[in-house]
Design a protein around this ligand. Structure first.
Ligand code: FES
Length: 150
């Protein structure tokens, strides 16, 4: 972790202004903001760890828990909702035994909801990593999840 952080810090000035780009890069490296990395960012920018945490929690883009190896996003936008998106979400939750925002115990999947990513013609839609799965039906979910990486 130290080396990765040093790499991030090496192209920033240790000032408060650099905090958000630094946190974005840390998340880019680790997939989330590990507490030790936030402490190191606080020391580097010469601000308190509490303040760093406050800034990070203000922005929805930052995650505080490790993310799964596969990202599952189930659309709950209007078009998908009308076409049964809630049932798709419910079935994914059942199969993975997690709620949106959570990661499965084996670290394989993180489930999230989104409010439309422009695939409304394919409603209801879900996304596994970069793949779009449209016109979803609950009975297709197991196969799609099985096909995701380990
Ligand atoms: S509402 Fe789901 S992709 Fe637009």
């Amino acid at each position: 972790m130290k080396e990765k952080l040093q790499k991030v810090f090496s192209h920033h000035h240790g000032t408060r202004d650099a905090l958000i780009p630094i946190l974005q890069e840390i998340q880019g490296e680790f997939g989330y903001l590990p507490p030790e990395a936030m402490d190191a960012a606080a020391r580097f920018c010469r601000i308190s760890p509490v303040e760093v945490f406050g800034v990070a929690t203000f922005y929805a883009q930052f995650k505080f828990d490790p993310v799964g190896r596969n990202s599952i996003m189930v659309c709950q936008g209007t078009a998908c909702h009308v076409m049964g998106g809630a049932r798709i979400l419910e079935e994914v939750m059942n199969q993975l035994q997690v709620k949106p925002g959570q990661t499965t115990q084996d670290g394989r999947f993180t489930l999230e909801t989104v409010a439309c990513i422009g695939a409304c013609a394919l409603a209801p839609a879900m996304f596994v990593n970069k793949d779009t799965h449209g016109r979803m039906k609950p009975e297709k979910i197991a196969e799609i999840l099985n096909g995701a990486g380990n």
